[in-house]
Design a protein around this ligand. Structure first.
Ligand code: FDA
Length: 304
């Protein structure tokens, strides 16, 4: 990332929200359920599957967490009635983790129960390190009862290899990503190459333990390294998938599809798009260019 882009990243919180919205629109399907449904339909037509995410996090009111649960239940109904190929992803702090862990568990359980009714699946996203233990406790308690939940491990966390070792032998389904939150060095690897190395070690450990692997990255080095590991261990096509974020590297998406891999796109939607969009902009190497174009009133350029 250029020095100018780094400067833009630091000053992003000062950029007017409307402008952030314009630059980040590629990462979000829209504000309404129908926007997300339309996006998933298009992705399905192109051979990709999806995971839909109701945007929002760090909720401090019970009623907001409960509204999010209702939205997920509506979402399962829409997915089912339209025959879409999509599951859902949820953020624990959207459904009350920062209010009370038990309350959050009950909310995740309601979503898991709805998923079971519609024969669907729930991925529990991993947020910052203050959420990791509680998120894993919720997953550990509910997964044996529902069998339709998956969790996320972050390759930048020192603890990840150990967490993989602690997974149950049966039914584990893990999304592996680098990790997006800014964590202290005493718990998270900081080197770019170190995180890549830990990612591939974690993936190999998952594969050899028989864990279903959802490989979530746009990093060509990791994608090629992952393909190598899948081939080395002769992992069947129904025991893994690649995952990418909406709005990022559609060309790589198509390459993976053309090579016959299962490819899932993360499709976030909802009115609370701001924190998610800021995180996405922070990792866009061309953020400065996009912000400058938006300032000048030019159309957002398409993702690569
Ligand atoms: P890296 O950031 O190095 O990007 C590799 C290349 O991809 C870049 O050089 C650029 O070309 C392109 N790219 C990446 N991000 C871009 C962007 N925003 N705009 C334009 N181009 C971009 N994290 C987490 O902590 N908890 C979670 O639950 C999840 N969930 C999740 C689901 C899915 C489906 C994905 C793909 C990712 C996540 N993440 C996540 C985010 C993840 O941890 C990580 O921050 C991003 O995927 C970016 O890391 P990459 O592996 O893509 O590498």
């Amino acid at each position: 990332m250029s020095l100018f882009s780094r400067l833009v990243v630091v000053t992003l919180p000062l950029v007017p929200k409307s402008l952030v919205g314009r630059v980040a629109s590629r990462y979000v399907a829209g504000e309404k359920i129908e926007d997300a449904v339309d996006m998933v339909r298009k992705l399905n037509e192109r051979g990709a599957v999806a995971t839909m995410d109701v945007l929002g996090e760090e909720v401090s009111e019970r009623s907001k967490a409960e509204q999010a649960v209702e939205e997920y239940i509506r979402l399962f109904r829409r997915i089912d009635s339209l025959g879409l190929d999509s599951n859902v992803s949820i953020k624990p702090t959207l459904v009350g983790l920062k209010i009370d862990e038990r309350f959050c568990l009950e909310n995740v359980e309601r979503i898991a129960a709805a998923a079971r009714e519609f024969e669907n699946f729930v991925r529990i996203d991993m947020e910052d390190h203050t959420c990791t233990d509680a998120t894993l406790r919720i997953y550990d308690e509910l997964q044996p009862r529902y069998g339709n939940l998956g969790v996320v491990f972050q390759a930048y966390m020192h603890r990840t290899l150990q967490d993989i070792g602690n997974l149950p032998r049966e039914q584990a389904n893990v999304r592996l990503c680098k990790g997006i939150y800014i964590e202290p060095r005493k718990i998270a690897w900081k080197g770019y190459q170190t995180v890549r190395q830990n990612f591939l070690m974690a993936l190999e450990k998952m594969i050899t333990q028989g864990v279903y692997a959802a490989i979530a990255t746009h990093d060509e080095y990791l994608i090629s390294g992952s393909v190598g590991l899948l081939e080395k261990h002769r992992v069947p096509h129904d025991r893994y998938e690649f995952q990418m974020l909406l709005g990022v590297d559609e060309e790589m998406r198509q390459i993976l599809l053309d090579q016959g891999h299962r490819l899932r796109v993360y499709v976030p939607y909802g009115p609370d798009w701001y924190p998610y969009s800021i995180r996405r902009l922070r990792e866009n190497p061309e953020v400065a260019l996009h912000v400058a174009r938006a300032f000048l009133g030019l159309q957002p350029s398409s993702s690569r």
